[in-house]
Structures are given as structure tokens and as C-alpha cells.
Design a protein around this ligand. Sequence first.
Ligand code: SF4
Ligand code: SF4
Length: 229
Amino acid sequence: MNQTAILKQKIKEWGASKVGFGYLEDVLPENLKHLKTGISIAVRLSDEIISQIEDMPTHTYFHHYRTVNAFIDQMTLKIALELQNLGYLAMPIPASQSVNKDGKKYRGIFQHRTAATRAGIGWIGKNACLVTEEFGPRVRLGTVLTNMDANYDEPIEKSQCGECKKCVSICPALALRGGLWHPGIKREELVDAKACSMHMHNHYQHIGRGVVCGLCIRVCPKGNKVLKR
Ligand code: SF4
Ligand code: SF4
């Protein structure tokens, strides 16, 4: 087995539902370009907890969201330490962190979704979330950047949303614009991130401190089909 395959197997054993390796040099900011390989992981969310969301998030969903983020942060730290032991540079990207930089808010230092599409994990849906074939958008993502060379996975470059607009219709903030994703599309063409964030802040303060919603994840038929009733 080559090094990429060995790492993939280990990361799956540590709890990732999907793992992929993507080539990112052309999409990284200048200061991170030397870390050209992105290891993208997806951790499946609890179907039962997502399915309990009706017209607003639940306390259980908020707790689950934070628990899975913490799990992902632990896992990406473990991956980065493993890579360092092998002699490479490695940097875990925080699972959920927004930084206000260059006038841009509501985004992290590097988009997990970009790494995930490059690594063949899924496409970006009309809900602006990463959508997988197996679990729909019922996943959370993690990314490790490294200077290790890898056997890269085939990037995903086509949306499978088709004519569906269920997430667009259900969004109480009217934040989803209904655009079909393709590589290079600006995030603003898919979602008004400020409208989404303000809605959560103004309406769900009593549930998840105004940082979670989940309606556009719950409604997606790509995720619904995995429910076992
Ligand atoms: S998380 Fe809620 S408010 Fe934000 S886009 Fe999805 S449905 Fe709309
Ligand atoms: S609900 Fe439909 S349009 Fe929205 S992400 Fe899922 S498949 Fe795509």
C-alpha cells in the first residue's frame, strides 16, 4: 500500500465516514501555497437528530453540531501529528471558525467545501453545503493542509442538485439564491451568508446561541434517502 492509502485507512479507523486527497495549490492563498495537498474528511451526522429538526433547530442538534466539530478537530490534529512524524509540514484547519479579515466575514481561513470537492468527497449544493452521494449534506467537514505529495482523488466538478430547490424554498431567511454550483463560482452567487447568519442570530439565540439552523440540511432529499424507517 502507498502512503496515501495507508493514511486513508488510518483516518477511516479513527472515525471519518469519507476521506479524500485533493490538489489545492491553485486555490490556496499565497501564504499557504506550499501546503498544496488537502486531506479532506467528512464525518456523518446522526440521521435521527437531523430528522428531529422541523421549523427550527433543536437543542440536541446544537449539542451534536459542537460535539462533531470537536471530534473533527481532534481527528485533524491527530492527522497533522502523524504527518509531522513522517517529516512533513501539516496544518489542521479549524472545523468551525469565522475570521474577519480583509472586510470579509462569515468564512474561515480556508473553505472546507473547496478542499472536499477537490478531494472527491462531494459537490456544493444549492444550500451552499457540501453534499455527498452517500449521506447528502448530513456531514461535517475537516481539512488538513500538508506539503506531502499524494495520490490525488478525482475532483468533483458537477452539481447533482438538478432541478431540486427544496432547500431554497424552506430557507426562512431567503438566503439561498438557487444557483447551480460549479468550480470557481463565487459563494455570494449561492448564498447570502450575512442573511443566513443574521437570521440564526436573531431567531435562534435561545436554542443554539444563534449559530445553528439546519433546515436546509434536514430537507435535502439526498440525505433523506439514507434514513432507515
Ligand atoms: S442554515 Fe437556515 S437560514 Fe441559513 S441558509 Fe440554511 S435554511 Fe437558510
Ligand atoms: S435540497 Fe435539493 S437543491 Fe438543495 S442541496 Fe439538496 S439536492 Fe441540492
